[in-house]
Design a binder for this molecule. Structure first.
Ligand code: ATP
Length: 356
C-alpha cells in the first residue's frame, strides 16, 4: 500500500477535502487503487500554535506518492506566512515546475458567454510555470512611506524552468486531439524574459513537428479567451500570466468552484505532485456549507490520471459530468445544494459507473 497526504488547510479547505476523502473511499472500493490517506494537520491553527509550519518537505516527498491540498489562507495571518511555508515549500523544494490548469465546459448553462454555442468551444489547458517569475520573493522597498517610495519586484526566469514548462506543454499538446500550443508572454515589454521564452519555445518546438504552434501577447490572450475561446487548446505561460489567465479561463466553464490544478516535477517518477483547487480558502463562505467541492474532486481526478489509473479517472470524470449536468449544484453554479450533498451525489455516480 502507498499513501496520499491530505492537507485540508483553512477556510473551506476541510469542507471540500472531506468530500474528496469520501470520493476516494468509493474509488478505492471499486477500483482498488491501493492508496491510503493520511490527514496532515498543517493549517493556520497549527501555525498560530507553533509559531511556524516548519515541515520536512523531503520527508513528505519520500513518504507519500502525492499531496492532496485543500486551501491555505486565514485572516488571522495577514501575510499568509503559513501558506507560503507549506505551498512555497512544496513547490520550491520539490521543484514542481509544471502547473496544469484544465478548463473544460461540461454544459452550456455554465458558460457566461452568449456566443459560445458548443461545449467543445471551451476545452483548454493552461500550463503555468510554477516556481519562478515574481513569486521568487526577490525585491525590496526604499524610502517607504515617503513621496520617493520605491518598490521593486524581480521576475526571475531560468532556462531550466522554462524548458521544463514548455516541454510539458508540448507533451500535453501532442496527447490531445487538436495538437495546438500557444505561447503567451509579454515579450514586447519584457526584453529579457520574453526572448528567453520565445527562443526556448522555438527550440523545443523543433522536436514536436506534429504540434501546431502560435504566440500571443498576454493582453491579446486575455481578450481572445473571451472573444473566441475555441482558438485555445494548450497554453503555456510564465507564473504570473498563467495565474491570471487561468482564473479568467475558469470563468468560462463555471468559475473557481470547478477549476482544478496539478503541480508536478516532470522528472520525478516517484512522486506524482500536489493536487489542489485553483481557489483559495474563501473565508467569506467557510462553514456555511456553500463551498463547491468539485474543484478539489477534479484535482483528485487529475492525480488519478497522472498515476495512470485510467478506469478510476474516467469514472470520476463521468461522475463530474453527471453532477454538472444535473440540478444538484452549489450556489456558485446557481443551485441550492450543500457541499456534502454534492459529494454524496459524486459518490453515487461513481458507484453506478459501470451500470450507466
Ligand atoms: P486567494 O487569495 O487564496 O486566491 P481569495 O479569497 O482571494 O483567496 P478565493 O478564496 O479563491 O479567493 O475566493 C474568491 C471568491 O470565489 C470568493 O467569493 C469565494 O467565496 C468564491 N469561491 C472560491 N472557491 C469556491 C468554491 N469552492 N465554491 C464556491 N465559491 C468559491
Amino acid at each position: 500500500m502507498s499513501s496520499l497526504a491530505v492537507i485540508p488547510g483553512d477556510g473551506i479547505g476541510p469542507e471540500v477535502m472531506a468530500e474528496v476523502v469520501k470520493v476516494h473511499a468509493v474509488v478505492e472500493d471499486i477500483f482498488g487503487t491501493g492508496l491510503t490517506t493520511d490527514v496532515l494537520p498543517y493549517d493556520a491553527d497549527y501555525f498560530l500554535e507553533h509559531g511556524d509550519v516548519d515541515i520536512d518537505i523531503q520527508e513528505i516527498r519520500n513518504r507519500y506518492r502525492a499531496v492532496l491540498l485543500g486551501a491555505l489562507g486565514d485572516p488571522r495571518i495577514p501575510d499568509n506566512r503559513h501558506a507560503k511555508q507549506i505551498i512555497g515549500g512544496l513547490r520550491q523544494q520539490l521543484e514542481l515546475s509544471v502547473n496544469l490548469r484544465p478548463v473544460r465546459l461540461r454544459t452550456l448553462e455554465h458558460c457566461p458567454l452568449k456566443h459560445v454555442t458548443s461545449i467543445e468551444d471551451v476545452d483548454l489547458v493552461i500550463v503555468r510555470e510554477n516556481t519562478e517569475d515574481v513569486y521568487v520573493g526577490i525585491g525590496g522597498t526604499v524610502r517607504g512611506g515617503r513621496p520617493g517610495h520605491v518598490a521593486m519586484e524581480v521576475g526571475v526566469h531560468t532556462r531550466w524552468a522554462v524548458d521544463r514548462a514548455v516541454t510539458a506543454a508540448f507533451e500535453l499538446a501532442r496527447s490531445r486531439p487538436r495538437r495546438r500550443l500557444t505561447l503567451v508572454d509579454k515579450s514586447n515589454a519584457m526584453p529579457s524574459a520574453g526572448p528567453l521564452w520565445q527562443e526556448r519555445f522555438r527550440a523545443i518546438a523543433s522536436s514536436y513537428p506534429d504540434v501546431e504552434c502560435d504566440h500571443l501577447y498576454v493582453d491579446a490572450a486575455a481578450m481572445e479567451l473571451i472573444r473566441y475561446p475555441a482558438r485555445f487548446d494548450v497554453v503555456v505561460a510564465g507564473n504570473l500570466f498563467g495565474d491570471i489567465l487561468s482564473d479568467e479561463a475558469a470563468q468560462l466553464a463555471g468559475g473557481l468552484g470547478v477549476a482544478p490544478s496539478a503541480s508536478y516535477d516532470p522528472e520525478d517518477t516517484g512522486f506524482f505532485g500536489v493536487f489542489e483547487a485553483v481557489h483559495g480558502s474563501a473565508p467569506d463562505i467557510a462553514g456555511t456549507g456553500r463551498a463547491n467541492p468539485l474543484a478539489s474532486v477534479m484535482s483528485y481526478s487529475l492525480m488519478l490520471d497522472r498515476m495512470g489509473l485510467r478506469e478510476a479517472h474516467t469514472a470520476v470524470e463521468r461522475a463530474v459530468d453527471h453532477v454538472l449536468c444535473g440540478d444538484l449544484l452549489t450556489p456558485d453554479l446557481g443551485g441550492i445544494a450543500r457541499t456534502d450533498e454534492v459529494g454524496d451525489e459524486m459518490c453515487r455516480a461513481i458507484a453506478r459507473h459501470d451500470k450507466d
